[in-house]
Design a protein. Sequence first.
Length: 61
Amino acid sequence: MRCEVDGGSHSVFTLTSYHACCVKHRRKLFDTGDNITRLKGINIEVSKRYDVDMINQEMAR
Protein backbone atom coordinates (compact mmCIF):
# COMPACT_ATOMS: atom_id res chain seq x y z
CA MET A 1 0.00 0.00 0.00
CA ARG A 2 1.49 3.34 -1.01
CA CYS A 3 0.39 6.80 -0.04
CA GLU A 4 1.58 9.41 -2.51
CA VAL A 5 1.41 13.11 -1.68
CA ASP A 6 0.27 15.51 -4.39
CA GLY A 7 2.78 18.36 -4.34
CA GLY A 8 0.57 20.81 -6.24
CA SER A 9 -2.21 20.84 -3.68
CA HIS A 10 -2.54 23.06 -0.63
CA SER A 11 -3.60 20.08 1.47
CA VAL A 12 -1.61 17.10 2.67
CA PHE A 13 -3.31 13.95 3.92
CA THR A 14 -1.96 11.12 6.02
CA LEU A 15 -3.70 7.77 5.86
CA THR A 16 -3.75 6.00 9.21
CA SER A 17 -5.51 2.72 9.86
CA TYR A 18 -5.78 0.43 12.85
CA HIS A 19 -5.75 -3.35 13.07
CA ALA A 20 -7.26 -4.80 16.22
CA CYS A 21 -7.11 -8.46 17.17
CA CYS A 22 -9.84 -9.13 19.72
CA VAL A 23 -9.35 -12.28 21.78
CA LYS A 24 -11.78 -11.83 24.67
CA HIS A 25 -12.37 -15.52 25.38
CA ARG A 26 -8.95 -16.74 24.20
CA ARG A 27 -6.78 -14.54 26.40
CA LYS A 28 -4.65 -17.49 27.55
CA LEU A 29 -3.51 -17.91 23.96
CA PHE A 30 -1.35 -14.79 24.29
CA ASP A 31 -0.02 -15.46 27.79
CA THR A 32 3.14 -17.03 26.37
CA GLY A 33 5.83 -14.93 24.74
CA ASP A 34 6.15 -17.36 21.81
CA ASN A 35 2.63 -16.67 20.54
CA ILE A 36 3.04 -12.91 20.90
CA THR A 37 6.37 -13.02 19.05
CA ARG A 38 4.80 -15.09 16.26
CA LEU A 39 1.87 -12.68 15.87
CA LYS A 40 4.23 -9.69 15.73
CA GLY A 41 6.30 -11.51 13.11
CA ILE A 42 3.21 -12.13 10.98
CA ASN A 43 2.25 -8.44 11.26
CA ILE A 44 5.74 -7.41 10.12
CA GLU A 45 5.61 -9.80 7.13
CA VAL A 46 2.22 -8.45 6.05
CA SER A 47 3.38 -4.85 6.42
CA LYS A 48 6.42 -5.54 4.22
CA ARG A 49 4.31 -7.34 1.61
CA TYR A 50 1.93 -4.38 1.26
CA ASP A 51 4.59 -1.67 1.77
CA VAL A 52 2.98 -0.36 4.96
CA ASP A 53 4.88 1.32 7.80
CA MET A 54 4.15 -0.39 11.11
CA ILE A 55 4.12 2.36 13.73
CA ASN A 56 3.34 0.45 16.90
CA GLN A 57 2.61 -3.08 18.08
CA GLU A 58 1.33 -3.24 21.62
CA MET A 59 -0.83 -5.65 23.54
CA ALA A 60 -3.31 -4.23 26.04
CA ARG A 61 -3.31 -6.15 29.29
